[in-house]
Design a protein around this ligand. Structure first.
Ligand code: SF4
Length: 256
């Protein structure tokens, strides 16, 4: 039996270079409902290349919702209309025959467009370099397991650590705030014994770098939590604020 295909109109943001003007271009495509969103873009690119046209630039790596590399604004939602999935996990069966789909890059001053749907998210790397690590040798897995940690604390740390650094929280926020991302990274260490020696330096350095890089402030709209593919809770933002105040009281300000 012949497979039923979806006939779609795509309005895709095309921008040839960072400083060039961009605009939405219209494409028609007929795809299987079983195709993933990124596979649909692959098919479209195959068509464009077969006509010697410039393919659409977009990012992907693992295509399993793990790496955080993909990320598009689809019909106004970072990672598309479904909750708690990355763009690579979105399938075309979630759209209807005849739909028009708008596809844009993540938009934030700190994430400049490189080309089309690709943005430069290295600002997140700069924040991690400022303090998102433990600089001492904490041993191997058996060493870690010798430190008793209450189950509820370990689970909270793991929940925070599940942030994949995709940037959807920034794209969802009207202020382009990176507070959900930074707070998840601060929390994953602040909750565990291994994170204690650098705890107060870390939160000050990461917040300072976040502000320097042009991310906006949090105004508690919860849009970040709603669009996060990993369900990172804004409880982390409250924890980061507490950590930050405690750091100001307990330690000297960091220079970095
Ligand atoms: S907090 Fe969520 S949306 Fe933000 S970078 Fe992490 S996984 Fe992505």
């Amino acid at each position: 039996m012949e497979e039923k295909k979806l006939n779609l109109t795509l309005k895709i943001w095309r921008q040839p270079a960072p400083d060039a003007a961009g605009s939405f271009q219209e494409y028609k495509i007929s795809v299987s409902p079983d195709t993933s969103f990124l596979e649909m873009l692959d098919e479209l690119n195959n068509e464009l290349e077969s006509k010697n046209l410039d393919p659409i630039a977009f990012e992907s790596d693992c295509r399993e919702g793990i790496c955080g590399t993909c990320g598009l604004v689809i019909n106004g939602h970072p990672h598309g209309p479904l909750p708690k999935i990355a763009t690579c996990q979105l399938h075309m069966r979630n759209f209807k025959d005849g739909d028009t789909i708008w596809v844009e890059p993540f938009r934030a001053k700190a994430f400049p467009v490189i080309k089309d749907l690709m943005v430069d998210r290295s600002a997140f790397d700069r924040i991690m370099e400022a303090g998102g690590f433990i600089s001492v040798n904490t041993g191997s897995v058996p060493d870690g397991n010798t430190i008793p940690i209450p189950k509820d604390i370990a689970s909270e740390a793991m929940d925070s650590a599940s942030c994949i650094g995709c940037g959807a929280c920034v794209a969802a926020c009207k202020n382009a705030s990176a507070m959900l991302f930074v707070s998840a990274k601060v929390s994953q260490f602040a909750l565990l014994p291994q994170g204690q020696p650098e705890r107060y330096r870390r939160v000050q350095a990461m917040v300072k770098k976040m502000d320097e890089l042009g991310f906006g402030a949090c105004s508690n709209t919860y849009a970040c939590e709603a669009e996060c593919p990993k369900g990172i809770s804004i409880k982390n933002i409250a924890r980061m604020n507490r950590e930050f105040i405690a750091a100001k009281v307990k330690t000297e300000e960091v220079d970095a």
